[in-house]
Design a protein around this ligand. Structure first.
Ligand SMILES: Nc1ncnc2c1ncn2[C@@H]1O[C@H](COP(=O)(O)OP(=O)(O)OP(=O)(O)O)[C@@H](O)[C@H]1O
Ligand SMILES: [Mg+2]
Length: 353
């Protein structure tokens, strides 16, 4: 039995339902829960913590059925985007508050608060009121308050979405240290794939109240189930047919494109190939490269994002999306309409079925 098991959970709140949700986590797993807005991510967390009563299904935590327990008996903590600190209490009192129900000894409470504050880098803020703190400091205090009671399960509902990129990065590192030290199992709802890459070891994708795919990072991002998950994750998905096998590589024809993949396949097989946009390199000329796929195309779109540039390349009537740095975009002198080579390894062309 897994440390956390959500079994066939259904909840009907009138205009929306969670439908037969199943998920599992081992102790100290870090699960990222992703999906479009309105897909039921927050509702799922709030059902797991016990704010909603499911019509059907069970929630098992550390071998115990907690489905009918009140929220405060479940040993689960939750952190939201907006901090929920008590405004009239300083940081120390906020963190110690939940602990007071668990521990009587003042010294012991102090030791525990000190320990978590050190890990999250907020020792200096103990006697400040929440209103005087920055967004990042407030979220660290909130995390400290949730972790100090050593919950069996920590639920995070977009806790970093109001913070700037630099602050997010720092808090992720501190959170990582904290959950390692406290051996916490985490279920983290996020829209930010950076959170997923930096923190999670497993991913659950939900859509309209149903689990679409669950697995480790590699299987979700590199081998997304075709259609919805692949599209949601921005993975390139191309349908084609295996022409032949050359050495150990499958040669796949997708439109006018010829793609080499190192995944096992049979000649004649209809396949779908997935390629992560970050794994495609752009070059102005054919390059000496160990990469087997060097495809000539034309730039069909350039989209500047916060830290990256998304470049679409049209190759033989199909489009491949790539993600490059602003520096390489400039160095390559990319412009819509220009000819370009898209280069990627056969090992990065994954066959999904
Ligand atoms: N208390 C409620 N009463 C009625 N409908 C609700 C309630 N809470 C949520 N919903 C509806 O249930 C659906 C799922 O909501 P939920 O908040 O779980 O989505 P979400 O995946 O967390 O979205 P987001 O990414 O925007 O936070 C939405 O259509 C929402 O309007
Ligand atoms: Mg939500």
């Amino acid at each position: 039995m897994s440390f956390l098991e959500v079994r066939d959970l259904s909840l009907d709140i009138g205009n929306f339902e969670l439908n037969g949700i199943g998920l599992k986590a081992e102790k100290e797993d870090y699960l990222a829960l992703i999906g479009p807005t309105g897909s039921g991510k927050s509702l799922l967390l709030e059902t797991i913590i016990g704010f909603y009563r499911p019509e059907k299904g069970r929630i098992i935590l550390e071998g115990k059925d907690i489905t009918d327990l009140p929220p405060d008996m479940r040993h689960i903590s939750i952190v939201y985007q907006d901090h929920m600190l008590f405004p009239h209490m300083d940081v120390f009192k906020n963190i110690a508050y939940a602990l007071r129900k668990k521990l009587r000894d003042k010294k012991q409470i102090e030791t525990e608060v000190k320990q978590i504050s050190e890990v999250l880098g907020i020792r200096e803020l103990m006697h400040r009121k929440p209103a005087t703190l920055s967004g990042g400091e407030k979220q660290r205090a909130t995390l400290a308050r949730s972790l100090v009671v050593r919950p069996k399960l920590l639920l995070l509902d977009e806790p970093f979405s109001a913070l700037d990129a630099r602050t997010k990065e720092r808090i992720r590192e501190m959170l990582k240290k904290a959950i390692r030290e406290y051996s916490t199992t985490v279920l983290h709802v996020t829209h930010d794939f950076e959170d997923v890459w930096a923190l999670a070891n497993r991913v659950v994708v939900i859509k309209k109240g149903e689990v679409m795919q669950a697995g480790d990072l590699e299987s979700i991002f590199r081998r997304p189930s075709p259609d919805f998950v692949a599209e949601f994750l921005g993975t390139n998905v191309l349908k084609g047919k295996v022409k032949t096998i050359e050495g150990k590589l499958a040669v796949i024809e997708a439109g006018n494109m010829r793609i080499y993949s190192s995944d096992p396949a049979e000649p004649g097989e209809e396949v779908t190939v997935s390629i992560r946009p970050e794994e495609v390199i752009l070059a102005r000329e054919t390059v000496e490269s160990s990469a087997r796929n060097i495809l000539r195309g034309r730039i069909s779109g350039i989209f500047k994002k916060e830290h990256v540039v998304v470049v679409n390349v049209e190759i033989g009537g199909k489009e491949i999306k790539t993600v490059i740095t602003p520096t390489s975009c400039e160095m390559l002198g990319l412009e819509p309409g220009k000819g370009i080579y898209a280069v990627f390894k056969a090992s990065n062309a994954k066959i999904i079925r």
